[in-house]
Each structure stands twice: as C-alpha cells, then as structure tokens.
Design a protein around this ligand. Structure first.
Ligand SMILES: N[C@@H](CCC[C@H](N)C(=O)O)C(=O)O
Length: 285
C-alpha cells in the first residue's frame, strides 16, 4: 500500500504525519504502521507516527503513536506541528483554532508571516495532579509531590503529573549527569505506573529557566517532549522553584520552549515546528 506522509519535527522530536483529510487507513493497521515507519533501518525513521484527522468536536483531531506502536493520549510537539500543517495547508483558515486529542481539546494560535507559520502557542489545559488519574500506585497521599521513590537501591524523590499523559519528574544538580539511559527505561516500566510513564530530569537554573532531558514512554530518549516540558514547569512550581503566571524557558536537547502555568490553572506552551519532508511510504503488512 502506498501511504502519503509528511515528516515534521518540533525541536527535534520528529514524527511521520499522515493527513487523514486526504487518505484513510484501517484502524487495525495503525500500531504496525507506526512501528514500521519509525524504524530507522527498514522504515523512514522517527519517534513515532501522528495522524491528523477530521473531528466532530474540534476544528481537527490528532492521534499519536509511539515508536513501539503504543498509542499516547497527547503530544505537545505534535500539536505544534499539526497546527502549523493545518494552517499552511488550508485545513483551518483562522489563526486561532481547536485540536482534539485523546486526552482533551486544546486551543492553538499560530503567528504567521506570508502564510508561513513561525510560532505556535497551545493552551494545553490543566495539569492533573491526582495520583489515581496519573495513574500511580503507592502511598495514600492524593498527590505525588516530592515523594520518596526507591529505585535501583537508591532513594530518590519524585513529582508526578498528568498532562493528558503520565509524567514523572526528578530534580538533578547537573543535567549532564542525569541518569537518563540508566533510570529512564526502568522507571518507564516500573509497576507503580500501571500505564507506564514518561521520565523527565530537570536542573533548575533560576525561577525562569530549566534544563530538561526526557526518556519517553514507548520511544526512549527524544530531543524534546512538549507535554514533558509542561509537566516540568508544573513540578518545579509545586516544589517552589518557579512561580505561577511567570514564563519559564525550558532548554531541551533540541531547543527551547516557553511554558507558563497561569493563575486560572492552564498551561501554555510556545515554540516552533518544522516540515522536513513529504513523500510516499511503501507499506507491506
Ligand atoms: N513527544 C511527546 C509525547 C508523546 C507521547 C508520549 N511518549 C506518551 O506515550 O505519553 C510530546 O511532545 O509531548
């Protein structure tokens, strides 16, 4: 089967996008297709696959599949890329519009110059702090803020948050020394997270600046994670390192995002998105 695709990235977090306004794929093929396109040796190579589709509830919809074929519920970098593509390809005709994900409906706003989108701001909605909704097992505390967490025989502290998808945040003294490859895969699959978890390490530079690295559920180390950057700022605020209503620059491996958790409780993410390539994938089931 010949499947038209677009490859896009947000700060290096790259996905194969399929425009389902133009083309349709059977549901039962999606997980296998995601694994095949993402394979760098026998496919195109990416962090996963994203579908952009018509929606009855919003101006358009987006679904994200990780590299291992599992489906995530939200993707911050994917939302900015989807917003850029939708505006530049006439799926939407206004600068402000809505996108439905499996987690929620978000509001996107693009800043364009000569019809080319330069910057995208997404209102990602409210973080979910309740343990049962992250979900995370463990103590009876209803929220997970600086909770002792023993892993690999070491006692660490974690803050856990859902941004529509689960995140666990570790504060480290130096981002260079963050045990990303050592702890990332173990924490992702730890039984305390029944749905798995995205694992983030943060070094606090100041109340307006964080360094950030991520091990993503279903994809491993990526250059950036938009929902992860939002979770990082929420975690840093809950731990009194950052302040509500103040913009925080998050330095990810692939570039910077600006995140703000406002007084009303919504988390705003601003950053860029790029189209890399368009082509046709030869899919063999
Ligand atoms: N890269 C993403 C998040 C993708 C989904 C995640 N791995 C999950 O399974 O929850 C982002 O930019 O937010």
């Amino acid at each position: 089967m010949e499947i038209p695709f677009i490859k896009m990235h947000g700060l290096g977090n790259n996905y194969i996008y399929i425009d389902l306004f133009q083309f349709n794929i059977e549901e039962e093929l999606l997980s296998d297709l995601a694994q095949k396109v993402a394979n760098v040796n026998t496919g195109i190579g990416s962090d996963g696959m994203i579908l952009m589709h018509p929606s009855e509830k919003a101006d358009l919809g987006m679904r994200i599949f990780n590299k291992d074929g599992s489906e995530g519920k939200s993707c911050g970098n994917g939302l900015r890329c989807t917003a850029k593509y939708a505006y530049e390809h006439g799926i939407v005709t206004k600068e402000k519009f809505t996108i439905e994900t499996r987690a929620n409906i978000v509001e996107a706003e693009v800043t364009a110059n000569d019809e080319q989108v330069e910057l995208i701001t997404i209102n990602m909605g409210r973080p979910e702090l309740r343990r049962v909704h992250i979900p995370m097992m463990g103590s009876d505390d209803p929220e997970v803020i600086s909770e002792p967490f023993v892993i690999n025989g070491e006692e660490l502290e974690v803050t856990a948050i859902s941004m529509g998808n689960p995140h666990v945040v570790f504060f480290v003294d130096s981002i260079e020394a963050a045990p990303l490859y050592e702890l990332g895969p173990i924490v992702e699959k730890d039984p305390r997270f029944p749905e798995g978890v995205n694992v983030e390490f943060i070094e606090v530079i100041s109340s307006n600046e964080l360094h950030f690295r991520v091990w993503e559920r279903g994809s491993g180390v990526t250059q950036a994670c938009g929902t992860g950057a939002c979770a990082a700022v929420v975690a840093a605020t809950l731990n009194h390192h950052c302040n509500k209503n103040e913009a925080v620059v998050v330095h990810l491996a692939g570039g910077d995002l600006t995140i703000k958790w406002d007084e009303a409780g919504d988390v705003w993410m601003t950053g860029g998105a790029e189209i890399i390539a368009k082509g046709v994938f030869q899919y063999v089931e």
